[in-house]
Design a protein around this ligand. Structure first.
Ligand code: ZN
Length: 80
């Protein structure tokens, strides 16, 4: 498969990024090249730094734990 930058395609620029498995499949899929990733991050107003990523993962984790605790507590209460 060919990976093309969707934004380069839109701009009419050379969009080929890389090949992806299965290599014998001639169809195309879309990704984002380094340049467009940078400009998109800038336009969003923040670059996704490892710290931001970690914070969002922590949020997911604490949310998951809360849900799990609620489920366990709910089961315990139903036993009483
Ligand atoms: Zn691009």
């Amino acid at each position: 498969m060919k990976v093309l930058c969707a934004w380069c395609v839109r701009d009419g620029k050379p969009a080929f990024l890389r090949e992806k498995f299965p290599l014998e499949d001639p169809s195309e899929t879309h990704g984002l090249c380094g340049d467009h990733f940078t400009s998109l991050s800038a336009s969003v107003g923040k670059v996704v730094t490892p710290r931001v990523w970690l914070l969002s993962r922590m949020h997911d984790l604490s949310w998951g734990l809360t849900r799990w605790a609620q489920r366990v507590m709910g089961r315990l209460w139903s036993l009483c």
